[in-house]
Design a protein around this ligand. Structure first.
Ligand SMILES: Nc1ncnc2c1ncn2[C@@H]1O[C@H](COP(=O)(O)OP(=O)(O)OP(=O)(O)O)[C@@H](O)[C@H]1O
Length: 238
């Protein structure tokens, strides 16, 4: 990972889902600086989640450049991409993707199991993984008794905060959040966002945050419409 490189650099990225003819994502250019907080919005079905999966290396584009902190993800083998993602990217998914039978604490600790880099960063700052998991949980208002319960028994709001702690543990350089507040009421949305922003700032992490709710955009350094990143659609003859 190159520290001085932008958190994200996309250039002429094209993707379409196999078996679908009509829809395709066609991005001209997008850069997000290291440590920058970007609010990404766009209509339902416009391709926000698809774009986040391309940036996270979950999907590979047909064409174009996708770089995260100077590493070109499409050029890595799938194993190397998985390792890079585990080490440097924290993902908060729309549906949280927690492992239902594991405790909340074990869910938060999962990235540390897979990523020696996350463990090493924690060690370098003098804390062990379990201590850091408990610190993040406390910051996110998850009490100790709750951490012992299986994720399947938690409320949606609690699962969402566990997913945030899991993304943040071990200080990845980029946090990607896909509609993480959609299940919360307005007060809880703001409180959650404040915590997420504070933890990203403390870790020096860039945050790419997708939401339909424009009210949340005020706390970000930049607001980006997905449509403005796309190539204009070809004109159709009338
Ligand atoms: N796994 C998939 N297989 C095939 N097509 C898909 C898949 N996931 C998404 N799509 C299609 O890709 C397009 C973009 O979907 P995507 O989920 O990226 O949009 P979005 O902007 O995140 O929408 P929303 O705001 O509703 O979550 C849609 O036409 C959708 O039907």
């Amino acid at each position: 990972m190159t520290q001085a490189a932008p958190a994200i650099a996309l250039h002429q990225v094209r993707f379409h889902w196999p078996g679908t003819d009509g829809w395709r994502l066609d991005i001209r250019h997008f850069t997000q600086a290291a440590g920058e907080r970007v609010f990404l919005h766009g209509p339902s079905g416009s391709g926000k989640s698809t774009l986040l999966s391309l940036i996270g290396g979950v999907l590979t584009p047909r064409h174009g450049r996708v770089e995260v902190h100077g590493r070109s993800l499409p050029e890595l083998s799938s194993g190397a991409r998985d390792r890079f993602r585990a080490d440097h990217i924290g993902f908060i998914f729309q549906m949280f993707n927690l492992i239902p039978y594991l405790s909340a604490l074990d869910n938060i600790l999962l990235p540390c199991r897979f990523s020696p880099a996350r463990r090493a960063r924690l060690q370098a700052s003098g804390v062990d993984s379990a201590q850091e998991a408990r610190r993040l949980a406390a910051r996110l208002d998850l009490d100790a008794a709750l951490l012992r319960r299986p994720a399947a028994e938690l409320s949606v709001g609690q699962q969402q905060r566990v997913a945030a702690a899991r993304a943040l543990i071990g200080r990845p350089a980029l946090i990607i959040a896909d509609e993480p507040t959609s299940a919360l009421d307005a007060d809880r949305q703001q409180a959650f966002l404040e915590l997420l922003l504070a933890e990203c700032e403390a870790a020096g992490a860039a945050l790419l945050f997708v939401s339909h709710d424009a009210r949340l955009s005020e706390r970000f350094s930049r607001r980006v419409a997905l449509e403005d990143l796309k190539h204009p659609a070809p004109e159709t003859a009338s």
